[in-house]
Ligand binder design. Structure first.
Ligand SMILES: NC(=O)c1ccc[n+]([C@@H]2O[C@H](COP(=O)([O-])OP(=O)(O)OC[C@H]3O[C@@H](n4cnc5c(N)ncnc54)[C@H](O)[C@@H]3O)[C@@H](O)[C@H]2O)c1
Length: 371
């Protein structure tokens, strides 16, 4: 008997509605009505985020005719685990929430990664919206569809599941402690370096007002950042072709720094130093002009971000962590690097070569910017 064969293309095309600006949270009711119909809303909130805007969200959902079920989680990395996830599943199932429930995550990246994964898995996936409350989550984590919890290591269990609605309400950044706010700016710089000269020059001109949390400038920074990320994500949603790996710029070194400091260094601070070290590596390997590296250092410093690895760290032992990097392929590793601003490439190197290159760059960065 002959074999009957057929081939189907079944991937969904997903629409993500993104609104950025002061008061963006008030769009939730209208957008939920447009994206729906939904029969209920599950509002999962970060206990560290301001409470007033949370009430606005609940009201907007009720005004859109949805019964609202609310759950508050403690914010921060400690929440991103299987226990929280099981708790969310049980809470939704306990209320008998159906498949046409809209889950709304309100919080930092830890809460949205966890709530997003609950949405990806509850009843095989329900729609979700996200209202990020930290600068890092507004400018980065809110879009791209990566959801996960931690297990033996970070983000070990997760799913790709885009939110249908992203409301980056910059007013919510007003309550962030200064160091957390500044830390979020590192990802904005990263997106500008990937995107191109126009964004980078705008950022340099706007650094002062951005630090003052001028809402108009902050809106522009977040919008440009999300656009830059979505342009890359749209080309390689599931990180299959490699394009999405470009978003890891600065992160090979950043992850090593976080590990070596026992995760006491803020992520954005580690990314800032990573951008400098990997920038120097790119100038050694690909001829990225040293003036560009200097420009990046000055920009990061003007935003209050660190630009040199802590002196007490030994580069060789800190960089051991690179051997466990998720971009490693056997004895080789893929490292995103800049040839020029707006011209990133994925460089494949022998692991040994990458380690020596990064170590040399680290030593130069420590010498050039050490405090
Ligand atoms: N999914 C992605 O694409 C992606 C991208 C980058 C980072 N992440 C993840 O994001 C997480 C980090 O997120 P984060 O930097 O937002 O930190 P976070 O979620 O850990 O929150 C940090 C602290 O800020 C508090 N907080 C939240 N909003 C606040 C506000 N408006 N005012 C004052 N305090 C507030 C929280 O309660 C928490 O204590 C990590 O787990 C990381 O893996 C995910």
């Amino acid at each position: 008997m002959s074999l009957e064969r057929s081939r189907w293309r079944v991937e969904d095309s997903i629409e993500v509605e993104i609104v950025v600006g002061p008061g963006a949270r008030r769009e939730l009711g209208r957008l939920a009505r447009e994206a729906g119909p939904y029969s209920a809303a599950a509002l999962v909130a970060d206990g560290g985020a301001p409470r007033g805007p949370l009430r606005d969200l609940a009201e907007a959902l009720r005004a859109a005719g949805l019964p609202v079920y609310e759950k508050t989680l403690p914010g921060g990395e400690g929440v991103k685990n299987l226990e929280t996830l099981v708790g969310l599943w049980g809470w939704m199932a306990g209320h008998g929430l159906p498949r046409d429930t809209l889950l709304v995550a309100y919080g930092g990246g830890a809460v949205s990664d966890t709530a997003g994964f609950a949405a990806a898995t509850y009843m095989r996936g329900i729609d979700w919206a996200t209202v990020p409350t930290t600068l890092l989550s507004m400018a980065d984590a809110a879009v791209g569809g990566k959801t996960a919890v931690n297990l033996s290591a970070k983000n070990i269990v997760g799913a790709f599941h885009h939110p249908r609605i992203v409301l980056a309400d910059v007013e919510l950044a007003e309550t962030l402690p200064r160091e957390d706010y500044v830390s979020g700016l590192a990802e904005v710089v990263k997106h500008a370096l990937l995107e191109g000269r126009e964004f980078l020059d705008w950022l340099r001109r706007s650094a002062g007002r951005l630090l003052e949390r001028d809402l108009a400038v902050l809106t522009e920074a977040v919008r440009r950042s999300l656009d830059a990320k979505m342009r890359i994500v749209a080309r390689d949603y599931r990180e299959r072709k490699g394009d999405r790996m470009l978003l890891n710029l600065g992160h090979t070194v950043a992850h090593a720094l976080e590990k070596a400091t026992g995760y006491t260094m803020r992520h954005g601070h580690a990314v800032a130093v990573g951008l400098v070290v990997e920038g120097i590596a790119a100038s050694l390997k690909l001829g990225l002009p040293r003036e560009t590296v200097e420009e990046v250092r000055e920009l990061l410093a003007s935003l209050g971000l660190p630009i040199a690895p802590p002196r007490e760290l030994d580069p060789r032992s800190a960089l051991e962590a690179v051997k466990l990097d998720k971009k490693r392929r056997g004895g080789r590793i893929l490292v995103p690097m800049l040839r020029a601003v707006g011209d990133p490439v994925i460089v494949e190197m022998e692991l040994g070569e990458a380690l020596s290159l990064l170590e040399e760059a680290w030593r130069i960065a420590a010498g050039a910017g050490g405090e």
